[in-house]
Every structure is written in structure tokens, then in C-alpha cells.
Design a protein around this ligand. Sequence first.
Ligand SMILES: Cc1ncc(COP(=O)(O)O)c(C=O)c1O
Length: 327
Amino acid sequence: MNKLRLAHLPTPLWHNSALDEMVGAQVWVKRDDMTSGAAAGNKLRKLEYLLGDALHRRATVVLTCGGVQSNHARATAVAARELGMRALLFLGTPDGKPPAQATGNLFLDLMVGAGLRFLAPDQYRQRQALMEEAAREIAAQGERAYVIPMGGSTGLGALGYADAMREVRQQLDGGQGGGPAGFDAVVCACGSGGTAAGCVIGARAFGVAPRVCAMAVCEDEATFRSAIADIVVQAGAITAPPGPPADLHVYDAWKGPAYGVASDEQRHFIVEVAERSGLVLDPVYTGKALFGLARLPDKPRRVLFLHTGGLPGLLAQCEAMFPRLPR
Ligand SMILES: Cc1ncc(COP(=O)(O)O)c(C=O)c1O
């Protein structure tokens, strides 16, 4: 394996008693929103493996995909540029046209000179085939292309989150996060499953927690159960698992009205969390995940909540969030 060092690690373990009160549990936040500057978020841990593989294969262009406000696509574009590669992003929009304004993640994609292809929903369903076709065209022109599937959620990418669990164990042993006792559960947002899969591989094995709660922001429980199980198997074929897997619970009750759209109640919650604790969540992933945790019927007592980033996605939704701001 050709893992790179891209993220600023270890990310802090953060605690705030006002947040505990709002959630109704002792919540330690793993601040993976701080893995970097413009490339920050959970994706960077996966990209340490994926872009390491791309460089090893002497790729000059990295192709990946996501929604128009994809954090993964933006992190890939920024990190690829830092490494001397360029990115070609396949971004889904409602009509296959560029949005009228480049905000949030899309703005950053443009800043680092990523190539952009906008896909309508029917084309977006064919995104993997379209990326592979483009990779062949790029190769025919004498360059080397490397395709990263949606969210970087492959077995290789997921190893980044098995490593994150090892990092948390070291922090606990060093007296952080409330001391060496592990947590009752790791809780994270789930958009393509790679983060949860890596946690399943590492959480129990490294004595961090016996279970992983994946809060779906799209799709449904059954889809993610099977996707995450597949990623765990793929990762196991690359490197032997460090120990027994954690139990996986997938919840799909707090997805909100649609992918990328938070309910009024969720937006209110996100603003209240920021106002009372200073923790800034996003309305696409982390805000919905913490909202779900606060409502879990069998709520764990001591939780490791992954703050997986998403700030540019929040900034792209200022208008939707603004009516909820305190005046
Ligand atoms: C901010 C943020 N949090 C969580 C996730 C979910 O991670 P995964 O795609 O590995 O399920 C993503 C990406 O989908 C993300 O951008």
C-alpha cells in the first residue's frame, strides 16, 4: 500500500457540556472537520490511500464524482492539485447544467482548476461508466487517469477510517476522550458507506467501541447494510482486519426531506448546537447525524461522534439556514 500523509493528525477529541445536554449523552467529537484547510473533512483519510495509489500508478488526472456540492469531489480536487495532478469531476445537477452560481464546494473546485462535467439525473446513474469512458479517452491522449468511485468508498479508501479508530485508541490511552475506557458507540453520517465501513473494521478491534451507528443521509437501511458489508469485505481482501468487526446499526429515519435538504427542525437544531456549544455542523451530513443521535431510542451513554466536515456545503446553504438564525 502506498499511503500518503495528507491530513493533519491526530484530529482533536472535543467535548462540550452544553452539547451533552442537547444530545442527552456524553458526546466526544472526533474533529475530522479539522483534517486540513480547504481539503478538510473525512474524505482526506480515504484519499491518503486512494491518491497514494494514484501516484503509485503515475496518474496525472484523477476522476471522481458526487453531487454538485460534493465534499468528496472538492477534497479530491484540492488534494490532487497539491500533489501535482489535476481532477476531472462528474457532478450531478437537477438538469445536467451548471448551477447559476458557484458557491461552497463548487467554488473551491473552480479555484483549484478542476475540470467539471455536469450530469443530469439519468446520466448520473451511469456515472461510473462515464468516468471509465473518459479515463480511456484520457489514456488515448497519452495521460494516465485514475478513477475514484463515489465518495472514495472502496475497500482501500475505508482503511483510512480503520486507521482513525487506531488513532482514537492512542488518544484514549494518552488520557484524552475521558480516559482509556472505550465508548458505547461510534456515530457517523453515512452517504456512501466508506467511513462507516472503516469504523466497523477498526472500532471493536482497537477497543474504541463495540458498535457503529451509521446515520444515512440518503438511500435506506438495507442498501447501506449491504454496501458497508461489501466495503468491509473488499478491505479485508487488501489487508487482514486488525480484529473482530464492530456491530453495525444503520438508521434511515433522519434523512430529512431529501439528500442535501434539511427539515426546518433539523436546521433549527443545527443553529441551536452552534449557538449553545460553538460546534458548527453542516445541513447535509453531520447536522442530520447528530440530530439522529439526539433522537435514538437506544441512545448510547458515551459516544464518539465523528465530525466529518462539510463546512463548504453549509456555506452554500446560507439562504436556507438564514431564516433560522437568532435575531
Ligand atoms: C461531510 C461529510 N460527512 C459524511 C460523509 C459520509 O461519508 P461516507 O461517504 O463515507 O459515507 C460525507 C460524504 O459522503 C461527507 O462529505
